[in-house]
Design a protein around this ligand. Structure first.
Ligand SMILES: [Zn+2]
Length: 496
């Protein structure tokens, strides 16, 4: 059996000022043909799972195109046309094959295209005809659309946040695809949209974990192939932003509909639990310094590069520098200008710089600092986080600066912190730190949750804040939607 595989990943934050052009994709990933296999074999992501399952099953894979960019602003129209065109060209050249298996995100938006995944699936379907099955994996933060469901045979969403099951979903996609090609299953998908948006919510505990347990209870029933709670991506202003449930049953639309509706009812009944008010950076730092057991992680959820935020925000860093407590560390802030100054000055030199706050004022002002250059690196390391373990990361040149008593790691390329590899790269043992300030909402928990005695989430103005009601001026989102509108019934769901 021959299977064409590919990947298009982008989580678009339309509130971001960074336009996502072709260079942004090339900076993170732009692999063609066999390069895809070299980049993903052994990596704990969706494509890595697809490759492992296909190899063990003796399937022939035809790699097409795999692109991804760090979450950021709207995708330039030219970049999207190029990606879509190249994917269609490589599928045309790859033929004939028995099926198409794709790793997609589900919250990608380009100029003039509110739903790049729906657009891609429709274009592929038009090119390959109705008889070649298309299976795709999707991120838990997908803003699901009817278009995606219409043009794919089966869509499998990631269940966990941190997304530690991407690899398993990739394997499952290949297994289901083989059953589909053999005619052993006939997946019927039903999508239920809730008039609800939620901030970034982990599935390790709390309401999202309880919803997952309801999904798995449904998945254990005969005939139910999959039941997924898609959280949606709220940091974007587009008509399809919403929490959805996608249930799939074997040849049974009624059963799939029943599963999706019952899970949607459960989410609706616990909707208020998703909205948490977190302490400010100042309050959170006080709380952290009062803890006896260390290290304490403070995660600044409002400037999470993994949700499209700039990663150069200074609200938490300013508090940590002002406190100036020994054994505290900030890992990390993106500021290529400061990295350049540190590399020019060299190890051991003192530099006077304005650190961070260069994207906008919302995430905090630049901080005038007098720093000692402690260490310089190339910013290249291999990830060990449960999500994407084995992936090679390149954050461009970096610097470890000492500002008073505080160690600050500065990178040239933004990213959220997922494990302690970046600390180790800069000679810092996390277990000897008292407080570590980081930028991430939930993914960091995959590595750190079981290793540190306390995690304190702080929120401040930023484009990945929990305070979605006051920070964002939504204009295009479908209304009514909770919590922006006091919706009284889940029945406000948009039905086509
Ligand atoms: Zn996600």
């Amino acid at each position: 059996m021959r299977i064409a595989i590919g990947q298009v990943l982008h989580e678009t934050n339309t509130f971001s000022r960074e336009r996502t052009d072709e260079a942004a994709f090339r900076r993170q990933e732009w692999c063609e043909g066999a390069e895809i296999i070299a980049a993903h074999i052994g990596v704990r992501d969706c494509l890595g799972g697809m490759l492992a399952e296909a190899r063990e099953s003796g399937l022939e894979l035809v790699p097409t195109l795999a692109v991804s960019a760090e979450p950021s602003g709207i995708i330039a129209a030219a970049a999207w046309e190029k990606i879509k065109g190249q994917m269609l060209d490589s599928l045309r050249e790859a033929g004939p094959y028995d099926a198409v298996c794709l790793s997609l995100h589900g919250a990608g938006i380009a100029e003039g295209c509110d739903d790049i995944e729906g657009d891609l699936l429709r274009s592929i379907r038009a090119a390959i005809g109705p008889n070649v099955p298309i299976v795709a994996t999707l991120d838990l933060h997908a803003n699901m659309t009817d278009e995606m469901v219409r043009y794919a045979d089966l869509l499998l969403g990631v269940h966990f946040y941190p997304h530690s099951d991407e690899y398993d979903r990739g394997r499952e996609a290949i297994r289901r695809l083989c059953e589909l090609v053999a005619g052993h299953i006939s997946p019927k998908m039903q999508l239920v949209r809730l008039p609800l948006m939620i901030p970034t919510s982990t599935t390790l505990f709390g309401p999202a974990q309880r919803v997952n347990e309801i999904c798995w209870e449904w998945e254990s029933r005969p005939g139910v192939l999959d039941c997924t709670f898609f959280h949606g991506f709220p940091y974007t202003d587009a008509p399809d932003v919403a929490v959805t449930v996608l249930a799939t049953a074997d040849g049974d639309e009624v059963l799939a509909r029943q599963a999706a509706c019952e899970v949607a009812d459960a989410i609706w009944s616990m909707r208020d639990e998703f909205f948490i008010t977190y302490p400010t950076p100042s309050e959170g730092l006080k709380e952290a310094l009062a803890q006896a057991a260390t290290p304490v992680i403070i995660n600044e959820t409002s400037d999470n590069p993994g949700a499209g935020a700039p990663g150069d925000g200074t609200h938490l860093l300013a508090e940590m520098l002002a406190a100036n407590v020994p054994l505290t560390c900030f890992c990390h802030i993106c500021d290529p200008e400061v990295v350049e100054a540190a590399h020019r000055a060299g190890v051991g030199a003192h530099i006077e710089v304005k650190l961070g706050g260069k994207t906008d004022e919302l995430h905090g002002k630049p901080l005038p600092v007098s720093a000692r250059v402690k260490l310089l690196t190339d910013g290249v390391f291999t990830q060990t986080s449960p999500m994407w373990s084995g992936k090679s990361v390149d954050l461009g040149r970096t610097a470890r600066l000492t500002v008073g008593n505080v160690d600050v790691i500065v990178t040239s390329i933004k990213s959220q912190l997922l494990d302690d590899e970046l600390l180790k790269l800069h000679g810092i043992d996390m277990y000897r730190c008292r407080v570590i300030g980081i930028k991430s909402s939930q993914h960091f928990r995959g590595f750190f949750q079981s290793k540190v005695p306390a995690i304190i989430t702080v929120d401040s103005p930023g484009i990945s804040t929990f305070d979605i009601c006051t920070v964002f001026d939504y204009k295009r989102i479908a209304r009514p939607i909770y919590p922006l509108d006091p919706v009284v019934s889940r029945e406000a769901e948009i039905v086509d």
